[in-house]
Design a protein around this ligand. Structure first.
Ligand code: GLA
Length: 400
C-alpha cells in the first residue's frame, strides 16, 4: 500500500511539473501595457505614475491588475560575464525589483516583455538560449506576467520555442501568466492552451476603426479586421486559455463611438483587456469606457465563452455571448459610415450557440439593460427598435 502511495504521489508530481501553471487566468487578464503609446520611451517615473493612476482612476477597482513593460526596458547587451539581462539604468535608476515592489505595494501585478528569438523586435537581447536563466531572473524580480514575442525567430519551431519558455517559467517556481505573441502565424489556438494563458491571434492593432491612412508606412490591423479574424477561432478560447486580439487602443485617437465599439467588441470576444493609452492624461470619456462595469462584467463572465456573430444586415452585425445563469450579452455593431436603424424581433429569431448547445429561449422573456446608457429597454416580448450611430454599438445585457 505504501509503495502504491509513493508511486501515485510521484506520478501526480511529475504530471504537475509537466504542465503550465493552471488556473492563472480563469477570466481574461486585465491590465496596462506600455507599447501602444510609449513604444520604447519608458521609465520608472512613467510606470510609477501609471500604477498610481490605476488606483486613483478606479481602474484597479474595475479589475485592471497587470502593469506590463513592453519592449525597451533593458540594455542592448546582456551582462558579459553572467549572461543576465540588464535593465536600462537610465530609464530605471532604482532597478526592476524596486519597481516591481512599488507596483506590488499598490496591490497590482508586474509584467515584463521579451522575445523567443535572438533579439526583441526593437533590437534588445532576446531569450533564445537563455530561457531558464531569464525565467529565474523574472522570478527573482517577482514578475507576474511575461509577454513573449516572435521577432528574430525565423528558424525556430514556434511550438517548441514557446513550450521551452513555458517549462522554464514552471521550473522557476513562480506563477507567471504567459502571454504568447507570435501574431497568429503558427495557429497558436491549436496548441497554446497547454503552453500559456493567452495568445495573440493577429498582427499589431492600430488606433483605426476600419481604415489605415494611406501615408502610413507600416500598416497595423484595424479594429474591424481583427474582429473578423477572431470570429473564426472562438471555439479555442475559454478559462485560462484566451484568444488575444491585441491590446486596447481606447483613448489613442479614434472617435468616442469607435472607442466604445472597439471596447464593447473586445468584451464580446472575451478578450484580455490590456489598456494601451496614457491613463495619467485620459479624458473622462475614455475613463468611462475603460471602467464601464456592465461591459467588464460581460468580458469577465465566469462562463468564459467568446461571443459569436449571429447575423449581418445593412452593415450592422449582431453579436451574441452566452453568460452565466442563462443570461446573454447582445451587441449590435454598426460598421457603416451612416447611422442604421435596427428592428430585432426576439420572438422570430432562432438564437442558438451550437458550441454549447445554449439557446436564447424564445419562450422566456428577458429583461434588457443598455450597457452604455444603463437604460432599461422593456423586455424581449416586444421587438427592439433603435438607431445605432455610425461606427458605434448598441450593447445589451439580457437577464432572465
Ligand atoms: C511586436 C508586438 C507588439 C510589441 C512590439 C515591441 O510588434 O506584436 O505588441 O510588443 O513587438 O517591439
Amino acid at each position: 500500500m505504501k509503495k502504491f502511495t509513493f508511486w501515485f504521489l510521484l506520478f501526480i508530481c511529475l504530471k504537475i511539473s509537466a504542465q503550465k501553471y493552471e488556473r492563472l487566468s480563469p477570466t481574461p487578464p486585465m491590465g496596462w501595457n506600455s507599447w501602444n503609446t510609449f513604444q520604447t520611451n519608458i521609465s520608472e517615473d512613467l510606470v510609477k505614475g501609471i500604477a498610481d493612476t490605476m488606483v486613483s482612476s478606479g481602474m484597479k477597482d474595475a479589475g485592471y491588475t497587470y502593469i506590463v513593460l513592453d519592449d525597451g526596458w533593458m540594455m542592448m547587451q546582456r551582462d558579459s560575464i553572467t549572461g543576465n539581462l540588464i535593465p536600462d539604468p537610465v530609464k530605471f535608476p532604482h532597478g526592476m525589483k524596486a519597481l516591481a515592489d512599488y507596483i506590488h505595494s499598490k496591490g497590482l501585478k508586474f509584467g515584463l516583455y521579451n522575445c523567443a528569438g535572438t533579439k526583441t523586435c526593437a533590437g534588445y537581447p532576446g531569450t533564445r538560449g537563455y530561457e531558464y536563466q531569464d525565467a529565474r531572473y523574472y522570478a527573482s524580480l517577482d514578475v507576474d506576467y511575461l509577454k513573449f514575442d516572435w521577432c528574430y525567430a525565423d528558424s525556430l519551431n514556434a511550438v517548441e520555442a514557446y513550450t521551452t519558455m513555458s517549462k522554464a517559467l514552471l521550473a522557476a517556481r513562480r506563477p507567471i501568466v504567459f502571454s504568447l505573441c507570435e501574431w497568429g502565424s503558427h495557429k497558436p489556438w491549436l496548441w497554446a492552451a497547454k503552453v500559456g494563458q493567452l495568445w495573440r491571434a493577429t498582427g499589431d492593432v492600430g488606433a483605426y476603426f476600419d481604415t489605415v491612412p494611406h501615408n502610413k508606412e507600416w500598416k497595423p490591423q484595424t479594429v474591424t479586421q481583427i474582429i473578423d479574424q477572431e470570429a473564426n477561432i472562438r471555439q479555442y478560447a475559454g478559462p485560462n486559455h484566451w484568444n488575444d486580439p491585441d491590446m486596447l487602443e481606447v483613448g489613442n485617437g479614434m472617435r468616442e463611438g469607435e472607442d466604445r465599439a472597439h471596447f464593447s467588441m473586445w468584451c464580446m470576444l472575451a478578450a484580455p483587456l490590456i489598456a494601451g493609452n496614457d491613463i495619467r492624461k485620459m479624458s473622462t470619456a475614455t475613463r468611462a469606457i475603460l471602467t464601464n462595469k456592465e461591459a467588464l462584467a460581460i468580458d469577465q463572465d465566469a462562463l468564459g465563452v467568446q461571443g459569436f456573430r449571429y447575423a449581418t444586415k445593412d452593415s450592422v452585425e449582431t453579436w451574441l455571448k452566452p453568460l452565466t445563469n442563462g443570461n446573454w450579452a447582445v451587441c449590435f455593431l454598426n460598421r457603416s459610415a451612416l447611422p442604421q436603424k435596427i428592428n430585432f424581433n426576439w420572438k422570430n429569431e432562432n438564437i442558438n450557440d451550437t458550441l454549447l448547445s445554449k439557446q436564447l429561449d424564445a419562450a422566456i422573456t428577458y429583461t434588457i439593460t443598455d450597457v452604455w446608457t444603463k437604460k432599461n429597454f422593456a423586455n424581449t416580448s416586444k421587438p427592439l427598435t433603435a438607431t445605432v450611430p455610425s461606427h458605434d454599438v448598441l450593447m445589451l445585457r439580457l437577464s432572465k
